[in-house]
Design a protein around this ligand. Structure first.
Ligand code: ZN
Length: 528
């Protein structure tokens, strides 16, 4: 079987999912995270379509996004009907994004050409040809998304194929057949892809981009590969409009472990679970515990019979070794659960726990207690590091909180002012700071900094990059437990901390306290 390219569209098509709105910071973080998987292409968004995507590409080009493995792709569409490609604002914005590769979408359904686009079949072909040629003429790699290809093929086979040929002849290196409405069945996808592969042989690659409206998106992607497609598009955790896009978290391990295609290296595959969970956290989505391969329950065994058999031979009750996708076998006999994760994560932090079984047990117990209380450490690496250091004694106390107080004053004129006072001890000295802020949490941050001002210069560069709140037991109404995740940056390192409380300000303080601690810890660590 030939090589297959993986193309991630989480940041473009994935964000079409209801309720998702990513900041530019979030997008940069997702791209960097997905890059660690070893995918070939990452589609960053649609420059020119909204200010956020334009800024994303500007900051990426300015060096804020370093992709070690993937090629960054900008998305756009073909020129407008009866217009010049060279003067088309969408195509110009696309070129302006400065990426080496771009993907443009065009119509391949005759019905959509006449009804949605309101133009002729010939003009649609010219729009595709002109647009691809323009981008190729500027030296860019071009992918062509043939929208509604499978539906178009069912309506008018010869026109759909004519569109594919036009894009290939104009210089698109890959013609991507899209199941835009997500209604195609695997048998048909395989047949249509095989036909397109035969037709375009020697002219361009064939790719697929499918949606999950019949729960067949992963299956459709796999049969497409069997039929000769060499480019597969999908999203992390299958997020996307309606029922989602094809889920790369299932496609990747299926291609590697089931079909024997080394689309990513074994060591990249071991990052799969972490990437799935990190991206979910950035998007403020609860990771699906029952997701294949990457779900918390994907390799969890409860039945006593399973557990005793698994203790003898781990392959008796599971279809793959969980470690191959970075997941853990979870036997619901507590002692065994997750030890390898702790050791693995400790190693990442430079702490060797492999020979210290009792430390691993203490960390594990602490993690379990805290997770039961609502904490999560999957995204909050910095809080986890502090926890491990505290349990293994490799730590020092930078400060100790005595108390804090916040006041929110809502005035008659509608203005709201927040003020906070923080009392902390540093090296036996009691320090007090008072400050105002945009809200109680902001005021608390300012007050803490005012208190320790001068003693910890490393905190000057610490900046809060993101603040996320999730209500854990919504049934409790306004008295529910709240989890706060704070992402901070010191200009070089970006890290996340967590706090949980029924009081949102206390939860925020916990996360901020870990952020200060983590920043001070790393400022003091030798650079390696
Ligand atoms: Zn799509």
């Amino acid at each position: 079987m030939p090589e297959v390219d993986l193309y991630d569209t989480t940041l473009r098509d994935g964000t079409q999912r209801e309720g998702i709105s990513l900041s530019v910071e979030d997008k940069l973080r997702v791209a960097a995270t997905v890059d660690t998987l070893g995918v070939d292409f990452i589609e960053g968004g649609w420059p020119g379509a909204n200010p956020k995507d334009t800024e994303f590409f500007r900051r990426a080009a300015a060096g804020e996004l370093r992709l070690d493995r993937a090629t960054l792709v900008a998305f756009g569409m073909t020129r407008r009907p009866n217009a010049q490609a060279a003067a088309d604002p969408t195509l110009l914005a696309l070129l302006g994004a400065g990426t080496p590769a771009m993907c443009i979408v065009g119509k391949s359904s005759a019905l959509h050409v006449s009804e949605a686009l309101g133009t002729t079949r010939a003009e649609n072909l010219a729009m595709i040809t002109d647009s691809v040629r323009l981008l190729r003429g500027e030296g860019r790699r071009v992918f062509f998304d043939a929208e509604h290809f499978f539906d178009g093929h069912a309506e008018d086979e010869s026109y759909a194929l004519e569109v594919a040929v036009a894009a290939a002849e104009a210089g698109a290196e890959c013609v991507v057949l899209c199941d835009t409405n997500g209604g195609a069945m695997p048998q048909r996808v395989e047949r249509v892809v095989r036909q397109a592969v035969d037709l375009l042989q020697g002219r361009s690659q064939v790719g697929v981009h499918v949606h999950n409206d019949t729960d067949c998106a992963v299956a459709n992607s796999l049969v497409a590969v069997r039929a000769g497609a060499t480019h597969v598009q999908g999203t992390v955790n299958g997020i996307g409009e309606r029922c989602g896009n094809a889920n790369l978290m299932s496609i990747i391990p299926n291609l590697v472990l089931k079909l024997g295609l080394d689309v990513v290296e074994p060591r990249d595959l071991r990052r799969l679970t972490r990437v799935a969970h990190e991206v979910a956290e950035v998007m403020n989505l609860t990771p699906d515990p029952h997701a294949p391969y990457v779900g918390h329950a994907a390799f969890a065994h409860k039945a006593g019979l399973h557990v005793s058999a698994l203790a003898k031979r781990s392959d008796l009750y599971q279809h793959v070794e969980p470690a191959t996708v970075g997941n853990d076998l979870r036997l619901l006999v507590s002692e065994l659960a997750g030890r390898s994760t702790i050791v693995l994560k400790g190693a990442e932090l430079g702490l060797d726990l492999a020979d210290d079984g009792s430390a691993v047990t203490r960390v594990l117990d602490r993690v379990k207690d805290l997770e039961h209380a609502g904490y999560t450490f999957e995204a909050a690496d910095a809080s986890f590091e502090l926890l491990v250091r505290a349990e293994t004694g490799v730590t020092r106390e930078h400060f100790r909180l005595e108390s804090f107080r916040t006041i929110v004053d809502r005035r008659e004129d509608g203005g709201v002012v927040a003020e906070a006072t923080v009392r902390v001890w540093v090296n036996g000295v009691r320090l007090i700071g008072t400050a105002e802020g945009n809200g109680p949490v902001d005021a608390l941050d300012h007050a803490f900094r005012a208190a320790v001002d001068g003693r910890y210069p490393a905190l000057a560069g610490l900046r809060l990059a993101d603040y996320k709140v999730r209500i854990l037991d919504a049934g409790g109404g306004t008295g529910a437990t709240t989890r706060v995740l704070i992402t901070s940056t010191d200009g070089e390192r970006e890290f996340t901390t967590v706090g949980v409380s029924s009081n949102i300000i206390e939860a925020s303080w916990q996360a901020m306290q870990d952020a200060y601690d983590s920043a001070l810890l790393h400022a003091a660590l030798p650079v390696h």
